[in-house]
Design a protein around this ligand. Structure first.
Ligand code: FE2
Length: 170
């Protein structure tokens, strides 16, 4: 049995992924090269998969699994901060934003019962992955960032047509 506050904290992480999905969807409108789209799409996929895992936990503890429009609106408001940035500036900025999420999860893990620690730890690692991928992207290593994120996905995105090997001709 977890407390009402812990229930809210788990729901907060779930809504964080709703926020993340809306954020990467909005980001897809800003950056258009095949590699940028592949990385953003993979991060979107990561948020979706993480959200699905958290949905189980929220539901298990009797929390609300309705996805909040407020979370989506917050993400769209945040995107205005990066819309005039270059790819390098935006990815650097996103490292800092992910660190903030991670700091919050580190705070939450302190007070939760043992049974919840693994899922919250996995959220801290989730932010580690995003931070590492965004750092690589900010250093011009977009392909490595895609590889890193794709390696953690259950349903990785296939290479987009621009990168796919040409179809064999007969
Ligand atoms: Fe996330």
């Amino acid at each position: 049995m977890i407390s009402e506050q812990q229930k809210r904290e788990v729901a907060e992480m779930y809504q964080g992924e709703v926020y993340g999905e809306a954020f990467y969807c909005a980001l897809l409108h800003l950056f258009h090269t095949p590699v940028q789209k592949h990385l953003i799409g993979s991060l979107l996929q990561l948020e979706t998969e993480t959200k699905a895992r958290l949905r189980q936990v929220v539901f298990e503890h009797g929390g609300d699994i309705v996805e909040s429009d407020a979370s989506r609106n917050d993400a769209r408001a945040f995107i205005r901060r990066v819309e005039h940035m270059s790819w390098t500036e935006a990815t650097t900025y996103m490292v800092a934003a992910s660190v903030e999420f991670q700091d919050r999860y580190r705070e939450i893990i302190e007070s939760v019962p043992k049974a919840l620690k693994p899922v919250i730890n996995s959220m801290i690692q989730h932010e580690d992955l995003i931070i590492a991928a965004m750092k690589l992207a900010s250093e011009g290593e977009d392909e490595k960032a895609i590889e890193l994120v794709s390696g953690q996905l259950m349903l990785p995105l296939p290479d987009p047509p621009a990168h796919a090997a040409p179809l064999p001709t007969r």
